[in-house]
Ligand binder design. Structure first.
Ligand code: PHE
Length: 346
């Protein structure tokens, strides 16, 4: 048994001396000193020895165990030193190299334009309200005085979430084609006087250089007693001067919308050519930015306001159009291609 202990010690000396890394060393520790290790295996036979003999072997076993522990500790320090040395020998890290910059992002030009326009109307005293993008046909069309078969509906063909538009299903649910249902929801929720803007996304089945299936609008609605077209024109004039600059001129042209009477469209003098005519304004000197008009009495009726009790005006502005005019873009689709080289210019 003594021989076995001695040979165990010499084998341990050799193997531990050769250990190269921490995990190899740990494996050796388990192999020699572990509960099921070699030392335990040898000592398992101690019970059969005579008392004298047992004491003598016990002393040797303790010495061997202490030696192996010492060897393991020494090897551990040796390995740690070697690791540190290797780290110091490795090519140094150049702490003066520039780091990888995270460039700060920015808000999309459409979001910014929408915010700027909204803020301008807030300064004019308008509240900002939100209205759903998924909307009842009832609010998107019916309540806004679009008769069931009216061709004005075709100009705003849209995406059907539920129900069949062609069957004029009154329960149909659509992606709103304009922010005007925000007028209906506001009037159903509030009593006059009302002065709100409703910014947000709208959807139409339409796609070319000047139309995308999703775009943004901001709706305006003002309802009170004896509101006239003078207030409509004055408000929109004030907006144009505040937003585009004091030198811009405005022009109102007659138009048609089922939910306003009379209806108009507002042109702003072209900023690129100061009204002289250029590519952006198609040589006309004017750029159209919104539809507007005096709220139709049928709309007031649809929301239950007593006939003749109030008048009001409304307008709906295309955010992308305003952004294009402001920044001189000539293809609306470029706003949604997510090309950072374009977007970071604003
Ligand atoms: N909703 C109309 C459109 O999208 C614009 C509009 C709004 C016209 C309010 C008049 C009054 O074309």
């Amino acid at each position: 048994m003594q021989d076995r202990l001695e040979s165990l010690a010499s084998k341990a000396r050799e193997e531990i001396g050769r250990a190269q890394d921490a995990s190899g060393l740990e494996a050796l520790r388990v192999r020699y000193l572990g509960k099921k290790g070699e030392l335990s295996a040898v000592l398992g036979g101690m019970g059969k020895l005579a008392p004298d003999e047992r004491r003598r072997v016990g002393e040797i076993a303790n010495r061997v165990k202490a030696e192996v522990e010492g060897l393991l500790g020494e090897a551990q320090r040796r390995i740690a030193r070697a690791a540190l040395e290797a780290e110091l020998q490795a090519p140094p890290i150049d702490v003066t190299l520039p780091g990888r910059m995270r460039r700060p992002g920015r808000r999309h030009v459409v979001s910014r334009t929408m915010e700027e326009i909204t803020r301008t109307f807030q300064r004019l005293g308008f509240d900002v309200v939100q209205s759903p993008e998924v909307e009842l046909d009832l609010y998107n069309f019916e309540s806004l005085n679009f008769p069931a078969d009216h061709p004005a509906r075709d100009m705003q063909d849209t995406f059907y979430v539920h129900g069949d538009y062609l069957q004029h299903d009154p329960g149909a649910i659509v992606l709103r084609t304009h922010t005007s249902p925000g007028q209906i929801r506001t009037m159903l929720a509030r009593k006059p006087p009302i002065r709100v803007v409703v910014p947000g996304k709208v959807y139409r089945a339409d796609s070319d250089a000047t139309h995308t299936p999703m775009f943004h609008q901001i709706e305006g609605l003002l309802v009170d007693r004896k509101v006239t077209m003078a207030e409509l024109k004055g408000t929109l004039d004030a907006f144009v001067r505040a937003y585009f600059g004091a030198d811009r001129r405005t022009r109102f042209r007659p138009s048609f919308f089922p939910f306003t009477e009379p209806s108009g469209e507002l042109d702003v003098s072209c900023g690129a050519c100061a009204g002289q005519g250029c590519r952006l304004c198609k040589q006309t000197g004017w750029l159209e930015i919104l539809g507007c008009g005096m709220v139709h009495q049928n709309v007031f009726q649809a929301v239950g306001y007593p006939e003749g009790s109030v008048t009001g005006f409304a307008f709906g502005m295309g955010i992308e159009r305003v952004a294009m005019l402001r920044y001189g873009l000539d293809d609306l689709r470029s706003l949604f291609e997510n090309d950072v080289r374009l977007l970071e210019q604003f």
